[in-house]
Design a protein around this ligand. Sequence first.
Ligand code: NAP
Ligand code: F7E
Length: 375
Amino acid sequence: MKVALITGITGQDGSYLAELLLEKGYMVHGIKRRASLFNTDRIDHLYQDPHDPDQRLKLHYGDLTDSMNLTRIIQECQPDEIYNLGAMSHVKVSFDSPEYVGNVDGLGTLRILEAIRILGLENKTRIYQASTSELYGGLPENKNEKGFYDENSPFYPRSPYGVAKIYGFWITKNYREAYNMFACNGILFNHESPRRGETFVTRKITRAVAKIALGLQEKVYLGNLEAKRDWGHAKDYVRMMWMILQADVAEDWVIATGVTTTVRDFVRMAFLEVGIELEFKGTGVDEKAFVTACNNKDFQLKIGKEVLSVDPTYFRPTEVDLLIGDPSKAKEKLGWVPEYDLKDLVKDMMESDVKLMKKDVDLLKAGHEILKQAE
Ligand code: NAP
Ligand code: F7E
């Protein structure tokens, strides 16, 4: 049985990847951080009974800042594949804790690679490093002749997160070249899902739209509506992580959809999923969105209602204006075919968040009922 170790197993990608590897018959080890509350919501459905000898998912307490702990876990698991997904992954937050991000996202990668070397597992263990389109920084002059970022485009990171991840990228490549390790970078463009963290823009939008449509929230405040991102579905992207480690040769790969969309248009699409049409008025910090039509009888708002404002708190000291990736190499050499386009992604996220928020409405109704009966 193949053995995999996932750092960041409690995150969005870690949870989908664990699902995929379990389906494929792997023994899956995951590193989770000690927290004062339960932090395994995204993988609880995979983890039935830890005492069952047939359980193929095992969690270990650990942290990417702790070399001894990482080395011990790798020694215990003897993994065939390591997926290094653990990271402080929020770009805006990285400006607030840059040193920590350097330690986890940059040096954390080195700790994994060096542990493999110390343990003499260079010829056994394949390593996937979660690199990112943030490495490109969105500089227009660095796109290829077709107008995309690809595996040969120069890097120009624009945040402490991007700068830490560029160390992770190069140290992975260096260990591949220096020690002949099967270590690969997946340069992944933004990927989202119903399990996306609540403070990333897509999930912030789909949660807010669901709440607004159900009358649980008045409006949403966002930052830069002009930013453009190449958004795919996390389920498609974790499949590609696995494919990268099954390839004949260790290489670096761009994973993207090749389509870019503004934050503003993502908002429009999310509202349209519940039948609500919007008009945007004003520019910059004065831009607002208003309801112009409600076509779904379950989600009726007042025409003219203001549902979005800009709050500069969410602006970044340096922004990545536009990202768009060219996944041709992954498609041609590994046969990667994404199943979701942006419309499918928005639909999946909206359906999930409407269902989630409806539970709150039902709880509120039940509470009112109990109060009424008590009167
Ligand atoms: P995520 O949801 O934020 O998950 C990050 C994971 O890393 C969580 O399990 C988190 O644990 C763990 N983690 C954080 N700090 C850690 C530390 N010091 N030691 C060990 N684990 C730590 O991120 P994601 O969206 O799944 O992304 C997975 C990876 O791909 C990340 O490395 C991210 O930077 C990279 N990436 C993501 C995207 C994207 O669009 N999603 C694109 C390109 C690259 P807790 O649950 O305890 O916080
Ligand atoms: O921002 C703009 C914001 O935080 C997307 C991470 O997974 O993908 C992610 O990084 C855009 C930015 O993701 C709000 O300024 C506007 O231009 O969802 P995000 P990100 O920064 O692109 C890359 C590839 C990673 O590797 C990262 O780990 O949306 N934006 N208004 C906003 N962003 C947020 N978060 N909140 C807002 O209110």
